[in-house]
Design a protein around this ligand. Structure first.
Ligand code: ADP
Ligand code: ADP
Ligand code: ZN
Length: 214
């Protein structure tokens, strides 16, 4: 089978992680989430984690070189041989260019379209699993056992889901990441997907667009 190299693009809270995890199960290729990797480095208090912390809490981007380095290393691991779903990377033009320089040819860039009101609703109720990276929502997608992930760990709220940090992240998205929409559209890779409606609705639209049936 050819490599399946996909990327999720969209503002914070658009549902990138939620849909990437579904694709991971459906296609049997790993989700590669830079946000999850950085949060994991912070929990382990590595040098990388300490460097990233202040940027993340302020809703700013971690420097390109740092993020490019961790992605390059991650994509060399054998579980990514058959493909992967990038989630949260690239986020700047420089990162997009570096990805191409690594020889990665994306099959599709899945852009999730969601209104700003919906983003605020989603982020203000988001609950995350620090162990496996799963996201839940207290109202829209509550965990079966209150406060617990399906993997058994205790769910937490992300520090950067505070309203001030969300505002900052939305600005960062508009300034630095949104230009990638044009970048990938110009290269014929962009699939624009309506990200509103239930997670099942959105998953069905993505499957239609990438031509995968399950
Ligand atoms: P979201 O759920 O808002 O899309 P992520 O979990 O992907 O957020 O990222 C959380 C934070 O981690 C970002 O605000 C940023 O500080 C940092 N980060 C994640 N991915 C990148 C990246 N590709 N480049 C720079 N910083 C990143
Ligand atoms: P991103 O990775 O783009 O930041 P997430 O996948 O973490 O976004 O989703 C943000 C929040 O919205 C989470 O609380 C998640 O449970 C919830 N969510 C995701 N998709 C939907 C949807 N289609 N409808 C309602 N809530 C959703
Ligand atoms: Zn979990």
């Amino acid at each position: 089978m050819a490599k399946t190299q996909l990327m999720m693009l969209g503002p914070p809270g658009a549902g990138k992680g939620t849909q990437a995890k579904r694709l991971e199960d459906e296609l049997d290729i790993p989700q590669v989430s830079t946000g999850d990797m950085l949060r994991d480095a912070r929990r382990r208090e590595t040098e990388l984690g300490q460097e990233a912390a202040e940027y993340m809490d302020d809703g700013e981007l971690v420097p390109d070189d740092v993020v490019i380095g961790i992605v390059e290393e991650r994509l060399q691991q054998s579980d990514a041989d058959e493909g992967f779903i990038l989630d949260g990377f690239p986020r700047t033009r420089k990162q997009a260019e570096s990805l191409a320089d690594m020889g990665v040819e994306l099959e599709a860039v899945i852009k999730l379209q969601v209104s700003e009101d919906e983003i605020v609703r989603r982020l203000s109720g988001r609950l995350n699993c620090p162990e496996c990276g799963a996201a839940y929502h207290e109202e829209f997608d509550p965990p079966e056992r209150e406060g617990r992930c399906a993997c058994g760990s205790e769910l937490t709220r992300r520090e950067d889901d505070r309203p001030e940090a969300v505002r900052e992240r939305l600005e960062t998205y508009t300034d630095e990441t949104k230009p990638l929409v044009t970048f990938y559209r110009d290269r014929g890779m962009l699939l624009e997907i309506n990200g509103e409606g239930s997670p099942d609705d959105v998953a069905a639209r993505i499957q239609d667009a990438i031509g995968v049936s399950t």
